[in-house]
Design a binder for this molecule. Structure first.
Ligand SMILES: NC(=O)c1ccc[n+]([C@@H]2O[C@H](COP(=O)([O-])OP(=O)(O)OC[C@H]3O[C@@H](n4cnc5c(N)ncnc54)[C@H](OP(=O)(O)O)[C@@H]3O)[C@@H](O)[C@H]2O)c1
Length: 252
């Protein structure tokens, strides 16, 4: 995608990757609107970056999505980029009892939220000269972290959805890109400075360059093997990956 001159709505723009992407796009001459639930943080992002707009909304709530989409179309008629970034990552235990309410919250936020929001904006995006939908999945869409089984499954599902959507939009002016981050040091779990986590600024720099290169899947070089592998080695890869993390767990 071109990195300037767009009007971009970024969900989950109150912190972490979403806020950093919002600021990077803002600095490159785009009109940026951030969305999220935490009003104080929306105000803080807008105050720190004059020109960035903010919409308070809950991506897990269909009615809130409809209201946000209507506001966007009315107040930002040039809107041509949607970044489905908001997400949550609760840990679970797929070997034991699963809390159904938590699973539904994960799926409403990470999977149905992007599906519903894209659906609410798709005709508007098709009417723009050039448009892009970006889904933020995870490298865990390709190799699950067993300790976050429902989260990993939600991201695998969003990856699959993006493939279908890209195919169906192939002859339109709407491109579909996917960002599949590695472990990035944000508060998704707990910002810890763990050396295995990629620093946020390095992640954003590499990601912006790959977005500009029109990569359909934006994956930082460090975790390319996790995306490329599965095939016949999938079970061994999932085993080794999870055994290594079980021996030295992510700080929760
Ligand atoms: N950090 C990583 O290691 C990593 C790796 C792979 C993928 N990702 C993905 O990157 C995305 C951003 O995560 P992050 O690392 O930047 O974590 P983060 O700092 O916790 O950001 C998550 C964002 O999602 C928003 N959000 C959560 N639930 C929401 C809801 N119901 N409605 C609206 N917004 C909601 C939060 O805003 P409010 O709380 O203000 O609503 C927040 O801005 C997520 O989809 C995550 O799965 C992250």
């Amino acid at each position: 995608m071109k990195l300037s001159g767009n009007t971009i709505f970024i969900t989950g723009g109150t912190s972490g990757i979403g806020r950093a992407l919002a600021e990077a796009f803002h600095q490159r001459g785009n009109t940026v609107i951030v969305g999220g639930r935490r009003k104080a943080l929306l105000d803080e992002v807008a105050a720190a970056n004059p020109g960035i707009g903010a919409i308070e909304f809950d991506v897990a709530d269909p009615a809130s999505i409809e209201r946000a989409a209507a506001t966007l179309i009315e107040q930002y008629p040039a809107l041509n980029v949607l970044v489905n970034n908001a997400g949550i990552m609760p840990f679970d235990d797929a070997a034991g009892a699963i809390d159904d309410a938590v699973s539904r919250r994960i799926l409403d936020t990470n999977l149905l939220g992007p599906i519903r929001l894209t659906s609410a904006l798709i005709e508007h995006l098709k009417a723009q000269p050039e448009a892009t939908i970006i889904h933020n999945t995870s490298v865990l869409a390709y190799v699950p972290l067993a300790a976050t089984a429902v989260y990993s499954a939600s991201k695998a599902a969003l990856h699959s959805y993006a493939l279908s959507q890209r195919f169906l939009l192939r002859e339109t002016n709407v491109r579909v890109q996917e960002i599949a981050p590695p472990w990035v040091d944000t508060d998704l779990v707990r910002k810890s400075g763990d050396p295995r986590a990629m620093p946020l600024d390095a992640f954003i720099a590499e990601t912006m360059a790959k977005l500009e290169g029109d990569d359909e899947e934006v994956i930082v070089d460090a975790v390319r093997p996790m995306r490329d592998n599965p095939g016949a080695n999938e079970h061994a890869l999932v085993n080794d990956f999870n055994a290594a993390l079980a021996a030295n767990p992510i700080p929760v």
